[in-house]
Design a binder for this molecule. Sequence first.
Ligand code: AMO
Length: 422
Amino acid sequence: MFSLSTISDLKQHAPAPVTLEGFVDAVRHQGKIAFVQLRSRLTLLQCVVLQADLLDICASLSSESYVRVHGRSQLMPQAIHGIEIVADQLEVLAAAAPLPIDAHSDVHLKGQHPSARLRFAADLLPLLASAALEHGLRDWLATQDFVEIHTPKLMGAPSESGSEVFKLGYFGQTAYLAQSPQFYKQMAIIGGMGRVFEIGPVFRAEPSFSVRHATEFISVDIELEGERSAADLATLEYAMISYAFAELEAAHGSHLQQHFPQTLADSGPLEILTHAQVCRRLQLATDTALTGAHERELGQQLQAQGVDFCAIVEVPWSQRPFYHRRQSSRPDLTESFELLYRGMEITTGAMREHRRDVLLAQLAEKGLSGAGAQGYLDSFQWGAPPHGGFGLGLARLVALRLGLPSIREATFLHRTPKSILP
Ligand code: AMO
């Protein structure tokens, strides 16, 4: 494997003996010379072949084969990166059969051949972008004194509600796959951890085939102690995302410019609107639960004003789970928010109800028994600080940042009700 830093090293020390391995991006024959373009991730490097025995190998060398080249580096202004390798040995470590897809194949067909799919820069780059964004989020969280936690994905009771949950056999009992680390992250705060986050898989048994749904996805979960408003939480999240966007650009700016130019567009300021203001803007009844179509319409309006991010606060209590805190002056509204990016919800967050008696009353008001959530509910007996947090869908953030048609393109192995292989 090699990278841009390998290449800048080669340039510093050229001419020098060198051994490199990589995929064959292309082979070009020109009379008694062949040019083998080697590729490692998104980096290309030219090898020149002049020896007769190596030219014979090149004659039958298929694209995407994995090769090892021994040779000598030489500066060559016309070559990509201004350097090339003159080969004196060429070993085919694994010859490649023709790929079953090409760069323009249907996304579902590509999904059936994940290793082949990643050989195309426009398919690989979103995954590298996702990793860079995740790295940026972690970096920012570390600077703000958040502690990374890992919570179980196997649970004895559903984590949020009874619906949309995968059940499985567990030594004669029923276990559930975590839909969210919601209760656990709150329990960590009640335990005194101060500020925590988790970036990990969550599972939703949603029979949905939309461009923004998966049955398994990576959730970025944040929870922190302290009294603040939903708008404060949204502002904190906006700062975190802005930092991660800058890291993404630093890591992959030139490739993004080439393949996904809209990635580098400025996001504008964070707009904060109340749910009632959004309803008025969209000419909807005040308590309307916003659908994906409403979010898109709002997104279009705001993007026309140069605003990509919008936090919707004061969401009605009727649309919120029992653990969200209600506003003391308007108990029909919650201290919660949704963050929309380019017309799609990417986050739900809220201040949590930390007073146990009020929490239990809200549970009852929602018609829930709390069965299975006893450990969570019990923890509120021991002095729960005011706290809040949010959950961000990583693939949605990546897809919207890069302008991808769906979260499928932002995921290595996408899971839907109908695709569980490979
Ligand atoms: P919520 O259920 O809204 O909130 O999920 C948070 C974010 O996760 C993403 N998301 C999904 N991404 C892909 N496929 C899905 N099926 C899917 N469902 C949700 C979205 C969404 O905004 N416990 C709360 C968070 C909190 O309050 O801290 C929760 O999970 O981007």
